[in-house]
Ligand binder design. Structure first.
Ligand SMILES: [Zn+2]
Length: 90
């Protein structure tokens, strides 16, 4: 967690800096501090695939399977991240 805006929110690196994530806007998202801490308590700075496996192995109803696949178009991921940020500001 870094670049703390205020007490209630902080910026999360969607791809962690420890995994070569950038400080570009598409990789940063403003989240509530409590949820940010919870995320890193559960998942630390692990990869999406590792997190998916952990969810399946520990947290999810065994009748279901959580699936994680890379997006084919990185630009699409950037647009989605911007949309999320706009929604959170409202
Ligand atoms: Zn974070």
């Amino acid at each position: 967690m870094r670049k703390q805006r205020n007490r209630d929110h902080s910026f999360h690196h969607r791809c962690p800096k420890s995994r070569n994530g950038s400080n570009d806007s598409y990789n940063l998202i403003d989240v509530p501090v409590t949820k940010h801490r919870a995320w890193h308590t559960l998942f630390e700075n692990n990869t999406a695939i590792f997190i998916c496996r952990l969810i399946n192995d520990v947290w999810l109803d065994t009748s279901y399977k959580f699936v994680c696949v890379p997006k084919e178009d990185h630009a699409e991921a950037t647009v989605y991240a911007r949309t999320l940020r706009k929604k959170r500001r409202k």
